[in-house]
Design a protein around this ligand. Structure first.
Ligand code: PGA
Length: 250
């Protein structure tokens, strides 16, 4: 069974987030298919989790702070706070790495804090255009995984999303061959780091995924689903993407 995650990024108000969540819930109700997660902005997490209560859609946060003790961190949200309303949290998204200067160490601490609060982290890794052009894509992804998973218990429940930075929001999705090749590499690294347990880790592709191209990704040997940005903001398009993912699952 696959996994489709919708990352709403900095979009929707509380009102439109509830409407979007409800529309997705109604459209996929009763249908068999991949597990579905939506990640609204913080301010809508509670309302969306209430809207989706009892449905087959889980809720994820888009970010969190690494500090495990609540306290004087103005403007930040802890894993403990999220644990009441979320099952998942995205960590290490390239937009956070780039625009908010998040380091591999900070991402590692977030991942560990999420796990200790019982939330499943969706760890994003991926190379920039210049890394791919210079033949360093595999090395970049290896070093991100090495650093970001440091100290993790071998049997922890995590999800890994490969999102080449050049494919995010650009309409230039990675070819299925590029995506599968990197997923195979990621599987090998995870096996090295975590042993046999790593086979259970879902691997998602992200970067300009839509209802038309989802099929080619989920039919690859090492791709279990997708992390979807833009195409998750329209209920109809997102639900067709989910349906196409289940139709073509390998
Ligand atoms: P996109 O975003 O689907 O709009 O390319 C993906 C992501 O950033 O997770």
């Amino acid at each position: 069974m696959g996994l489709i995650v919708g990352n709403w990024k900095m979009n929707t108000t509380v009102t439109s987030a509830i409407m979007l969540a409800n529309a997705v819930k109604v459209q996929i109700e009763g249908q068999f298919g991949p597990e579905v997660v939506v990640c609204p902005p913080y301010v809508s997490l509670y309302s969306v989790s209430e809207t989706l209560r009892g449905s087959r859609i889980s809720v994820g946060a888009q970010n969190m702070h690494s500090e495990t003790n609540n306290g004087a961190f103005t403007g930040e949200i802890s894993a403990e706070m999220l644990a009441q309303i979320c099952q998942y949290v995205i960590v290490g998204h390239s937009e956070r790495r780039t625009y908010f200067s998040e380091t591999d160490l900070f991402i590692n601490l977030k991942l560990l804090a999420a796990l200790s609060a019982g939330i499943t982290p969706i760890l994003c890794v991926g190379e920039k255009r210049e890394d791919r052009d210079s033949g360093r894509a595999h090395d970049i992804v290896s070093s991100q995984l090495d650093a970001n998973l440091n100290g993790m218990d071998l049997d922890s429940k995590i999800v890994v999303a490969y999102e080449p930075v050049w494919a995010i929001g650009t309409g230039q999705s990675a070819s299925p061959e590029i995506a599968q090749d990197m997923m195979f590499h990621i599987r090998e690294i995870l096996a090295d780091l975590l042993g046999n347990q790593s086979e259970a880790i879902p691997l998602l592709y992200g970067g300009s995924v839509n209802e038309d191209n989802i099929g080619v990704y989920v039919s690859q040997a090492d791709i279990d689903g997708a992390l979807v940005g833009g195409a998750s903001l329209n209920a109809g398009a997102f639900c067709r993407l989910i349906a196409n993912a289940s139709r073509t699952e390998r």
